[in-house]
Design a protein around this ligand. Structure first.
Ligand SMILES: Cc1ncc(C[n+]2csc(CCOP(=O)(O)OP(=O)(O)O)c2C)c(N)n1
Ligand SMILES: [Mg+2]
Length: 373
């Protein structure tokens, strides 16, 4: 294994062979495989359905190839923990155990969606699951810091998790979040899925180095870099860090080197921009996170054709059910603020909205000559 991981040296690994099942039970190994397969098949199905029907009217940033981190997180985070993600939201929504049929319905713009069909893929949240997302790059990171500050003040064992890409670290908000959480020792885990590119832009065209973990340590943030397609390594690293955070030993950052197989956004092919090489894509496909775990589980005799076949059949049924639920659901007929984002998280905002609906602030509208909202 290379000493210091970097996207510019990582292909020297060739075929990754360090995945180790030491300390992992057969049940956990299978659960991690199942979770990655669920996420992969779900994304593949949405990808295939997007065109030509064009019934999904929101942009989708698919996460095919990046299943290891979400699958590992799904086995560690608790319901009460808060998870904040970014535009590539599906893996994190999935990791938090939020209901997938509500994700499908949300993408289809239906009333039964997680946000009543008004948020779409990038801004989806699921309050009951304590999952929040946002399309403003690095925006949700700062909200995650606020949540962690609240947990610390209340002496709770809850933690905040903020998941994003290396592109978000170009934003000042990221560094403010790092500085504040390091100084205050907040219970927050920053998870960076470093997939080298922000849209079509290589990290080394934007930053001096491509090791973010090296740069956050001086701020008092413990940082680990991992080969992000090794789901067992991801699981072990996340579990250890989460345990330390719950014991007041925060904050921590994990930089997981991984790769998106598809275009930056949507099912359209963006290779016309020629921003990545065929060799690089081949390296990451050869090191598919599902493949490298499944091979090991089969070698151990923990899964076989029959078990994997059953998993695939159950997943196919789940996905078909999710599509049916979404397509049969009605479109929203009115703007119901009470089913919008952050309902449970912000009673004050809800109160203000209710008061606004009752006309309490009409005088200001008049004064500002804004007309009816
Ligand atoms: C404040 C802001 N600036 C620009 C954008 C446009 N934008 C959307 S995704 C993206 C790149 C994100 O790259 P990264 O954070 O590495 O995540 P990835 O897409 O690779 O998962 C940019 C620049 C945005 N959403 N918000
Ligand atoms: Mg990126």
């Amino acid at each position: 294994m290379i000493e210091l991981l970097s996207h510019h040296t990582i292909t020297q690994i060739g075929r990754y062979s360090d995945l180790s099942l030491v300390g992992i039970s057969p049940a956990l190994g299978s659960a991690l495989l199942r979770q990655m397969l669920r996420l992969r098949r779900m994304e593949e199905a949405l990808h295939a359905e997007y065109h030509p029907a064009d019934e999904m009217r929101c942009p989708i940033h698919f996460c095919i190839g990046q299943e290891a981190v979400p699958a590992a997180l799904s086995q560690v985070v608790l319901l009460d923990d808060h998870l904040f993600s970014h535009h590539r939201s599906h893996g994190y929504y999935f990791a938090k155990g939020a209901p997938l049929r509500e994700l499908f319905a949300e993408i289809y713009g239906r009333e039964t969606g997680a946000n009543g069909g008004k948020a779409g893929s990038q801004d989806i949240s699921h309050c009951e699951s304590h999952f929040f997302s946002g399309a403003i790059l690095a925006g949700a990171i700062t909200i995650g810091v606020g949540a962690a500050f609240g947990f610390q003040r209340r002496k709770s064992r809850q933690i905040s998790i903020s998941g994003f890409g290396e592109g978000a670290t170009d934003e000042g908000a990221f560094w403010e979040a790092i500085a504040f959480s390091g100084k205050q020792k907040l219970p927050i885990l920053f998870v960076i899925e470093n997939n080298r590119y922000a849209t079509f832009s290589d990290q080394l065209k934007r930053q001096q180095t491509d090791n973010i973990c090296e740069r956050v340590r001086p701020f008092g943030v413990r940082a680990t870099q991992i080969f992000g397609n090794d789901v067992i390594l991801a699981y072990n690293t996340i579990s250890q860090e989460v345990e330390r955070l719950r014991n007041g030993d925060g904050p921590a950052l994990i930089e997981a080197y991984t790769y998106r197989w598809n275009s930056h956004v949507g099912p359209e092919d963006d290779s016309i921009n020629r921003y990545r090489s065929a060799d690089e894509i081949a390296f990451w496909k050869e090191n598919c996170p599902i493949l490298i775990l499944e091979e090991k589980l089969r070698a151990m005799g923990w899964v076989d054709d029959e078990i994997v076949g059953r998993m695939e059949a159950e997943i196919a049924k789940e996905i078909a059910d999710n599509f049916r639920f979404a397509k049969e659901s009605p479109f929203p007929t009115s703007i119901d603020w009470n089913r919008s984002n952050f309902e449970l998280a912000s009673p004050l905002a809800d109160q203000l909205l209710r008061e606004a609906e009752q006309g309490k602030y009409n005088q200001y509208q008049e004064e500002a000559k804004l007309g009816p909202y």
